[in-house]
Design a protein around this ligand. Structure first.
Ligand code: NAD
Length: 255
């Protein structure tokens, strides 16, 4: 029962990794408050419908959440088959906004876990751009910066997962000092969830065929959920600013 007594806010709770984490976290003793744009088909302690790409919807959500929580798991996301502006708002800008608004309620010993991706692995190639964007903490100002620095539709998913990893690294230093809150990412390889097919359309058959020769199989969602649960637990209390691969060794195979 490694999450006994903890209250976790889990986004993307209606499907895939988020739904598996909610089941596991409740089994491990947590109180789970789920968030999604869709109604979940599982038991939760509370559920709030919200569009996590919309600042007004996030403000309403935050006003409904308790004053004290212990963990925030930012799992909701859209694939790169969605319009680039939506990918930016949901996978990056909205995730940051929700985290900024909740970090003060997490307090000493709290944890935030973001779901990045193996597809964010090339962040060092665009580090300066991602660092510049990470410094612009305001949602609208960051959106304006993105209008001046447009991101190609074909690679927007990769770009915003890279940006998320860099923002998490940067923010993890200040939030641990200021609030006692740890901030980490997990970087899954392919996972059997409803959006796996979108990744095949996004990356093309050739890349997918190459990757499938390098790995035994895609992950099951519960295999990723277990790592997120660990990163929310006190057992990981000295892990901060990490981007943990959960990919069966796929990223390592590119060395
Ligand atoms: N499936 C994979 O192969 C894979 C690999 C690496 C990373 N990821 C990441 O894992 C995370 C979870 O994805 P999944 O595979 O479980 O997919 P999924 O589609 O099963 O779950 C995503 C959930 O996010 C919710 N969501 C999407 N947009 C939203 C919005 N605007 N507001 C509120 N909720 C919204 C969806 O309704 C859905 O319930 C995503 O961030 C994704 O990028 C997935």
């Amino acid at each position: 029962m490694i999450l006994n007594g903890k209250t976790l806010v889990i986004t993307g709770v209606a499907s895939g990794i988020g739904a598996e984490l909610a089941r596991l976290a409740r089994f491990q003793g947590a109180t789970v408050i789920g968030v999604d744009r869709n109604q979940p088909q599982l038991s939760l302690d509370a559920f709030h419908q919200a569009d996590l790409g919309d600042p007004d919807s996030i403000a309403t959500l935050v006003s409904r959440l308790p004053e004290r929580v212990h963990g925030l798991c930012n799992i909701a996301g859209v694939p790169g088959t969605a319009p680039a502006a939506t990918v930016a708002r949901v996978n990056y800008l909205g995730l940051r906004l929700l985290s900024q608004q909740l970090v003060g309620r997490l307090g000493q010993g709290g944890a935030i876990v973001n779901v990045a991706s193996i597809l964010g692995a090339e962040w060092p190639q665009r580090l300066e751009l991602h660092r510049e964007l990470a410094q612009i903490s305001d949602f609208a100002a960051a959106q304006a910066w993105l209008e001046a620095h447009p991101v190609a539709q074909a690679t927007c998913y990769q770009y915003f997962k890279e940006a998320l990893i860099v923002w998490s690294f940067v923010q993890s230093q200040t939030w641990l000092r200021e609030f006692g809150v740890r901030l980490n990412c997990v970087a899954p390889g392919p996972v059997f969830t409803p959006i796996l097919g979108d990744f095949v359309s996004m990356l093309g058959e050739e890349r997918v065929a190459r990757d499938s020769q390098r790995m035994l199989r895609p992950a099951l969602a519960d295999e990723v959920a277990a790592v997120i649960a660990f990163l929310c637990s006190d057992a990981s209390r000295w892990i901060n600013g990490a981007n943990l691969p959960v990919d069966g060794g796929l990223a390592a195979s590119y060395v």
